[in-house]
Design a protein around this ligand. Structure first.
Ligand SMILES: [Fe+2]
Length: 412
């Protein structure tokens, strides 16, 4: 009977430990709510959401730890009865020993398993099996329902007398404002559809953006419309497969990043940032690319209007459009591996033009406003031009949409 008495002690001890953990979770919940309030006071809804999620998680943890402690107490009282009645079978003793081990580890899953066995033998246990099941599910939950987060934020804001500057639902749309690079190409879209044109700038600064997935942009022409310069097959595969991969990759990475961040997983957060940069860059670059291409009947290849600011800037800096094209092709040829060339306007240097290249899917940011983006990845030309990529670089100018470049030059 010594084993059973030891189990009884262990059960009671575990219940106390769980109660202590619950008290700790309660304290942390209070801290997270205070942080939520502070963030709301500062008008930072994104950060407030993070803290509100943490508070809810801590609250669930607290409730479930209390439930589990109560359940263990109930089991302890049954063990007490067994000790008193001295009617425990050998089989029961074995289960009790297993429970001892599990309790010592404080591993909730293991405790749950042995307690299931235990309860099978004490069919009339007061504690319901659902009790623990719901506890385990909630303690391990990785995400918090958005409605719950919004509700808590509103509640805290109400209590603190903070006026939410925007409704939470509105914020979701506003945060998804397209990056500078996409502003022009997406300018006709309304607020709702603008959510799909979100780029890295929104992603880097907003938790709301996590829930705002990007998607493939509409094309202004058919896949075959750029022939003979770029084949329909290339465009179709490029758009439906390659660009789509960046769309999906970005959406996945941004979600995983938010999750890792909310769990305080610093290393994983840093790792995921690389995937966000790569896929977000791929998404953004290709959006620019499709928009700065056009078939000849839609103005593709037609030089900028001679009286346009862009034409004047080209003339002043490069002497002629042909010269600019030649400079760009030289830089494109110099890209080792995969990358992009961009004709940019440098806002920090008085708006001068420049041709820059990037590796992989790196995009241009900061003061560099992309006017024309040219994809130098093999997937952009190989099916048609094979290893002679110089021919692709020459041909693409026949379908460059200079009207789009003019707009980007002016607006940005
Ligand atoms: Fe591409």
């Amino acid at each position: 009977m010594a084993g059973l008495e030891q189990s009884l002690f262990q059960l009671k001890f575990t219940a106390k430990q769980l109660n202590r953990q619950a008290a700790k979770a309660a304290k942390e919940e209070t801290q997270e709510k205070a942080k939520t309030k502070k963030a709301l006071t500062q008008g930072n809804n994104d950060i407030a959401q993070l803290y509100a999620q943490n508070a809810i998680r801590k609250s669930n943890e607290r409730v479930n730890l209390l439930r589990l402690a109560s359940r263990i107490d109930a089991v302890a009282s049954r063990v007490q009865t067994a000790v008193t009645m001295r009617s425990v079978t050998g089989n029961m003793s074995q289960v009790i020993r297993g429970m001892d081990k599990a309790l010592q580890t404080m591993n909730l899953e293991r405790i749950s398993l042995v307690m299931d066995k235990f309860e099978n033998q004490f069919e009339d246990l007061d504690a319901s099996t659902n009790y623990y099941e719901s506890a385990t599910n909630n303690v391990n939950a990785l995400t918090t329902p958005q409605e719950e987060v919004d509700e808590l934020m509103n509640q805290i804001a109400d209590e603190a007398g903070i006026e939410m500057k925007q409704g939470l639902n509105e914020t979701k749309v506003d945060i998804a404002t397209p990056p500078a690079a996409n502003t022009i190409s997406e300018e006709k879209e309304d607020k709702t559809t603008a959510t799909r044109s979100m780029g890295p700038r929104g992603a880097a600064t907003s938790l709301n953006a996590v829930r705002t997935k990007v998607s493939l942009p509409d094309l202004d022409w058919d896949f075959g419309a750029l022939e003979p310069h770029i084949s329909g097959q290339i465009n179709e595969i490029h758009y439906t497969k390659h660009h789509n991969t960046y769309v999906n990759g970005y959406n996945t990475a941004i979600e995983q990043h938010a999750e890792a961040k909310s769990k305080g997983e610093v290393k994983k957060t840093i790792e995921l940032q690389k995937a966000i940069n790569f896929n977000g860059g791929g998404y953004t670059n290709h959006c620019l690319f499709w928009k700065n291409l056009a078939p000849s009947k839609q103005g593709g290849g037609e030089p900028p209007a001679s009286d346009s600011d862009l034409a004047k800037a080209i003339e002043a800096q490069y002497g002629s459009l042909d010269n600019l094209i030649s400079v760009t092709n030289g830089k494109l040829a110099g890209i080792q591996g995969s990358g992009w060339a961009f004709l940019v306007k440098n806002k920090d240097a008085g708006g001068v033009l420049d041709v820059v290249t990037t590796a992989n899917q790196d995009t241009v940011t900061g003061p560099l406003v992309p006017l024309v983006a040219i994809d130098a990845w093999e997937h952009a030309y190989y099916l048609q031009y094979q290893n002679v990529k110089a021919d692709y670089f020459k041909a693409i100018w026949n379908v460059i949409n200079w009207k789009e470049a003019e707009k980007r030059f002016l607006v940005n």
